[in-house]
Design a protein around this ligand. Structure first.
Ligand SMILES: O=C(O)CCC(=O)C(=O)O
Length: 285
């Protein structure tokens, strides 16, 4: 469970790193299963429902950038999504009723792992209230060198920045005067978790080290936060509840919203959507 100090830090800064949430055995299992998935990616040459591939991926030299919705395909991932220690922590931050609205495993290989440009998750999926956060389960020690998650502290209390370019949603901040100079890395040992608020500005640099960086990301929402884009239907919406009961009374708060519409012609993962960005901050490094 989080201490009062940790809760205060999260509320003030919009992020938190918590060490040693998973055991060493749980980390070993995540690494083993992830290696198996990368082996399977040798069978594909294009993005699939499961794999988002790095440029240069070949069957002989597999380069997976993301495993999409990994919990659908392996119980080790699904068990981690529902891990009681993680859910207890999330409950302390956004309340007892929890739904998830997405999950993925982002991988940065040594020496070339792709960056993620600066963005707010809220720009992708605004809700009726902002009690949403993302947990990153650290599969490999996460350091500045291997592309640690970077956060702009306090940005969760600020505006929702423009993520549009030439009138289309591009999934990255496009404001000309935006500079993440005050950004801090979330450095953690394997088995720790990062937590960031849905409105917190964040991104991550390419991996310049000789070590992998694999981060298993789970997006959790308060059960009474409803997506402003609407729900598919009552039953499938509620299938994503992990704790608590469905409610048809969404809680509304005042929070700055920009809808991710119209969408750019690039569909797919955040890497694909951001690939059209004319002035990437990380690629300039
Ligand atoms: O993998 C990372 O470093 C950041 C991931 C992220 O922000 C995302 O996928 O939305």
């Amino acid at each position: 469970m989080l201490t009062q100090e940790q809760l205060g830090f999260y509320n003030e800064n919009g992020y938190l790193g918590v060490e040693a949430v998973l055991t060493a055995d749980e980390v070993v299992a995540l690494r083993r299963v992830t290696d198996e998935f990368v082996e399977k990616s040798r069978e594909v040459t294009e993005h699939t429902d499961i794999f988002d591939l790095e440029p240069g991926h070949t069957p002989a030299n597999p380069r997976v950038r993301r495993i999409k919705n990994p919990g659908l395909y392996h119980s080790v991932y699904d068990g981690t999504l529902r891990h009681p220690k993680i859910l207890d922590i999330v409950e302390q931050l956004i309340g007892p009723g929890l739904r998830y609205n997405g999950h993925k495993l982002n991988m940065k290989y040594p020496a070339f792992g792709s960056p993620v440009e600066w963005h707010q998750d809220w720009a992708f999926y605004p809700h009726t209230n902002d009690d949403l956060l993302a947990v990153g389960v650290v599969i490999d020690d996460m350091t500045v060198e291997n592309g640690a998650l970077m956060i702009l502290p306090g940005s969760h209390k600020g505006p929702t920045l423009n993520h549009h370019q030439n009138g289309a949603f591009i999934g990255a901040v496009t404001e000309a005067d935006f500079t993440p100079e005050e950004a801090v890395p979330v450095e953690l040992k394997a088995g720790g978790i990062s937590i960031h608020h849905v409105r917190a500005l964040h991104g991550s640099a390419p991996n310049t080290s000789d070590k992998p960086r694999r981060l298993l990301l789970f997006q959790y929402c308060a059960v009474d936060a409803w997506p402003l884009k609407g729900i598919p239907d009552w039953d499938s919406f509620n299938d994503f509840i992990i704790r608590g009961e469905p409610t048809n009374q969404p809680r509304m708060v005042a929070a700055p919203v920009r809808m991710p519409e119209p969408y750019s012609e690039k569909k797919g993962s955040i890497y694909e959507v951001q690939s059209l960005l004319e002035n990437p901050l990380y690629a300039q490094q």
